[in-house]
Design a protein. Structure first.
Length: 329
């Protein structure tokens, strides 16, 4: 009987403490309004400054979205992509996949403004996440809740970017494995690929599909022949290194479902775009977005961005809060 009473008492105590345990666990992670007390105007300042930069140069919207993507897939969302190289270390920023990244000066400007208001409080990692959302919204794209509380990493290695970033040349098996390695689903893969609905690409990122797909001066047969001909005109061999093209032809400034229509017609620019047609789950998603009226993409994108924003985050006492985003304290 005594043992029974002890068991009941212990269980009652467990039930009483359970909410506290969950709250404690949540406190160690990301939360909504993390800066409400420590820097109340932080999110408003980020939004206002981002909107001004994007209004002046809308082409920065896809660049800032890409910056968040490239940050999270390497060492997690810890702002390691922002760090400058030193004489002793080549950082992610100078890795080959990141040489075309843009928008660093925008992050630096926002960080500088926040440091004047709330020194040493707002992390560069949170700034990158907030700016990506606010930049997409500024051009008429969807919005989503950005949980905050990330801290900044203390390492940035160029070799990590080479091995951890999903490449535009990946097939579906490689892409699924890459996304799974950071805890993202196959649906997240299909949805986040839709980020290619805005922005441009350098011809060098997909030139092999046009000119030397199998090493015999041939084109990728999975790419629509009419699109091959168009891309060859836009990316002639004589200017291959400097030419750029729209990733979502005719709609590259508008955040919409047009990307999926393009991919469905075998006109996805990258091998990774075309790969979505080679898996039953991703193919079904591409087909489901064909009609803007019934598309779920804009809602799905926000959820997948939230999922991505949680990858490998440093919270609590892990990591640091950098004084300057490009320099590790």
């Amino acid at each position: 009987m005594a043992n029974t009473k002890l068991i009941v008492l212990a269980f009652s105590l467990y039930i009483m403490l359970l909410p506290f345990v969950f709250d404690l666990a949540n406190a160690q992670g990301l939360t909504s309004g993390f800066y409400n007390l420590s820097c109340p105007s932080a999110e408003k300042l980020v939004k206002t400054m981002t909107e001004k930069f994007v209004a002046h140069a809308p082409s920065f919207a896809p660049s800032l979205l890409r910056l968040h993507f490239h940050d999270c897939f390497v060492r997690g969302c810890d702002a390691s992509v922002l760090v400058n190289s030193t004489s002793n270390n080549t950082a992610e920023k100078d890795s080959i996949p990141n040489l075309t990244l843009r928008g660093f000066q925008i992050i630096d400007a926002i960080k500088s403004a926040l440091e004047k208001q709330c020194p040493g409080v707002v992390s560069c990692a949170d700034i990158v996440a907030l700016v990506a959302r606010d930049a997409v919204t500024a051009i008429g794209g969807p919005t989503w809740p950005v949980l905050t509380g990330r801290r900044d990493g203390t390492k940035s290695l160029a070799t990590d970017a080479l091995t951890e970033l999903p490449a535009p040349t990946m097939n579906i098996t490689q892409l699924k494995a890459n996304f799974a390695s950071v805890g993202l689903s196959v649906k997240d893969l299909a949805v986040l690929s839709g980020g290619h609905t805005i922005g441009i690409s350098h011809c060098t990122s997909f030139a092999i599909r046009l000119y030397n797909f199998t090493g015999k001066n041939d084109s990728d047969p999975s790419l629509h022949p009419n699109y091959v001909a168009l891309l060859k005109k836009q990316c002639p061999l004589t200017t291959l290194l400097t030419s750029i093209v729209e990733m979502d032809p005719g709609s590259f400034r508008t955040f919409d479902t047009h990307y999926y229509s393009v991919v469905g017609r075998r006109k996805g620019m990258f091998t990774s775009d075309g790969a979505l047609l080679t898996d039953s789950t991703t193919l079904a998603y591409v087909q489901a977005q064909a009609s803007p009226q019934s598309s779920t993409f804009l809602t799905d994108f926000g959820q997948s961005m939230m999922n991505m924003g949680k990858i490998g985050v440093l919270t609590g006492t892990s990591g640091t809060i950098r004084n300057q985003c490009a320099i590790i304290n």
